[in-house]
Design a protein around this ligand. Sequence first.
Ligand code: HEM
Ligand SMILES: NC(=O)CCn1cnc2ccccc21
Length: 290
Amino acid sequence: IVHIAAINKDRTIDDYQRIYNKIAEKIREDDEYDGYIGYGPVLVRLGWHSSGTYNKENNSGGSYGGTYRFKLENSDPSNNGLQNAAQFLDPIYKEFNWISHGDLYTLGAVCAIQEAQGPKIKWRPGRVDLPESATPENGRLPDAVNGADYVRKFYARLRMNDREAVALTGAHCLGRTHLKNSGFDGPWGAASSSFTNEFFINLLNEQWKLQKNAAGNKQYDSPKGYMMLETDYALIQDPIYLKIVKEYANNEASFFKDFASSFQKLLENGIDYPKGAPEYIFKTLDDQDM
Ligand code: HEM
Ligand SMILES: NC(=O)CCn1cnc2ccccc21
């Protein structure tokens, strides 16, 4: 399967910065969502899940076709809760319906990370809406109850190496787990809406106890009320991952640099960009004194 980015010469960075600003202003405005965590984290998860269906074996899935908009994909149990992100983006799509769904889902995630004081993420437009028939089957997104071998194998399908896998998991500094969405219980207190290397610091510094939660699923809990999934905890069980976790816990700049490149790669998996395709770095609202 080949997906070639469609370059729309009529659209400039100003057009996309306008959409970015609309999303960023709405994140600021709708601040009460999920106990005042806000919409940032769930927008990041939508961008990641719309990209995480990619399979390098046949270049299928991924963000290009915007197939999350179809029932088969948005009703995948792995996507429980992402309806909130889709509803958040609905009015923005109505106002700017010249953008493709794939570009909107990924732009929303880039905006959410940057507005959470995370790194600048390079973003390239050109995804084209594909028909419902192009929707990937359920089951391509990762399960949380697994160890390091599973994590390594899963990320390999997305063409991610060990550093990229650890860096990407660092996005779990944002938001929380919700029993009703995934069957994992998240702490109200520890959930954050700022993008930092805290996930790695917590992993190393907290005492973790494997317990069954109210839904009977295993997760790691700490005395401070933090939690980790088994796939999170795997990053300090595996000696190779552990070394990278320590690096990122001690060097936020290194984490930011690797996250920025890995997240762009995740969002662009499966897409061929023609030579000279435009690549944008959006200004945050703060950068624009807004
Ligand atoms: C082995 C890989 C991964 C597994 C098993 C996993 C699993 C999960 C689970 C179970 C939740 C809770 C969902 C809910 O209950 O609402 C979650 C939340 C989240 N995940 Fe992951 N995840 C993985 C990788 C990633 C990656 C690569 C990113 C982004 C780069 C990411 C970003 C997020 C964010 C931001 C949230 C919070 C969402 C919210 O607060 O609504 N995750 N993840
Ligand atoms: N600070 C916390 O205990 C929550 C951090 N955290 C750990 N694993 C996660 C998975 C998803 C969202 C937040 C997560």
